[in-house]
Ligand binder design. Structure first.
Ligand code: ADP
Ligand code: MG
Length: 343
């Protein structure tokens, strides 16, 4: 039993900027296991970003093309437990022999080996043997190898022999594509405006996005209603709080631009016209107050300005509030709008 789940394929693994390198390296390995320079292949990234899916897809692909190959997927947790069991029952040699037979070893979440010295020793031994015999090793981890605490240096240095590639949070377009693909796969119709709304609202990880879709499908059948925006908002409420009321950068920029009667684009443009500069500074001020964006990120969203410009803007607005009564009243009026939306 290879422990592979056939549901995880390359075909249903959506490609985006967030996973391009990892995906193409995985694809290369899947087509030429053990013979590319991507050995070991190490994929790392946060929870729910698609590590398990990708490495399972590699395994499935190899298995489909070369059914005679012994492809084995194992979680690090299982590896540890099996090893401990073999110690207890005096079967360590059998344990080792089994792994030495493998053609492609896929070991998931190696951060779990941290601090487990004996298991690491065994893994080191298996790793060396497989690698020397031209067998493919694929690993995942929730952080880059350099941050893997509690892993032996000699093991970490082996990880660097091959290729390390990361998975990032999916960008907006990739999230749209993932939603469309999932719903298509389930044979469920979903209007474009709902796809857009969900892709916009759930920007953390793919697993969470899937959770929302499941909830949405459930709501739809429960209410005997086709999927629409209203239903989507309802489904989202169960999962994420305050998405609707959240004061985000877009909202702040729109509201401030409207208030000062300047165009949204001008906030991000180079122009230094006085009324535009003021509106831009005010919007930055509120971005700092109401969002969790860093100064750098705020600058980025205002036409690629640097963080010192943001600091200067926030300071200027604070000073004006202290010295200019009329200006202060405007700020308070805007503040009320944001506060009521923030709930
Ligand atoms: P991880 O192992 O990194 O925690 P998973 O591989 O379990 O994440 O992915 C979580 C869920 O998201 C899975 O159901 C997976 O199929 C899905 N998923 C992740 N990335 C993608 C992607 N690029 N395209 C399609 N589905 C994805
Ligand atoms: Mg996983």
């Amino acid at each position: 039993n290879s422990q592979l789940n056939e549901a995880y394929t390359f075909e249903n693994y959506i490609e985006g900027d967030c996973n391009r390198l990892a995906r193409s390296a995985g694809y290369a390995v899947a087509n030429k296991p053990g013979t590319t320079s991507f050995n070991p292949l190490m994929i790392y990234g946060g929870v729910g970003l698609g590590k398990t899916h990708l490495v399972q897809a590699i395994g499935n692909n190899i298995k489909n093309v070369n059914p005679e190959k012994f492809v084995l997927y194992v979680s690090s947790e299982k590896f540890v437990n099996q090893f401990i069991e073999s110690l207890k029952t005096n079967n360590v040699q059998d344990f080792a022999n089994f792994y030495l037979l493998v053609d492609v070893l896929i070991i998931d979440d190696v951060q779990f080996l941290s601090g487990k010295e004996k298991t690491q020793e065994m893994f080191f031994h298996i790793f060396n043997h497989l690698h020397q015999s031209g067998k493919q090793i694929v690993m995942t981890s929730d952080c880059p190898p350099r941050d893997l605490k509690g892993l032996e240096e000699r093991l970490l240095s082996r990880f660097k022999w091959g290729l390390t590639a990361d998975l990032q949070s999916p960008d907006f377009e990739t999230r749209m594509a993932i939603i469309q693909k999932k719903m298509q796969g389930d044979g469920i119709d979903i209007p474009d405006n709902v796809v857009e709304y969900l892709a916009y609202s759930v920007d953390t990880n793919v697993r969470e996005l899937e959770g929302v879709l499941i909830s949405l499908i459930a709501q739809s059948s429960l209410n005997r209603k086709e999927i629409d925006l209203e239903l989507a908002k309802q489904a989202l409420k169960h999962i994420i709080e305050d998405v609707e009321t959240e004061v985000n950068l877009d909202f702040i920029q729109k509201t401030v631009a409207e208030y000062f009667q300047v165009s949204l684009d001008s906030l991000k443009a180079k122009t230094r016209k006085k009324e535009i500069v003021t509106a831009r500074q005010v919007a930055m001020y509120f971005a700092k107050e109401f969002t969790s964006h860093s100064l750098k990120s705020i600058g980025y969203h205002f036409g690629g300005r640097d963080h010192s410009t943001v600091i200067h803007s926030v300071q200027t607005v604070s000073d004006l509030i202290d010295t200019d009564k009329k200006f202060k009243a405007s700020i308070q009026e805007l503040q009320k709008k944001f506060k009521s939306k923030a709930g």
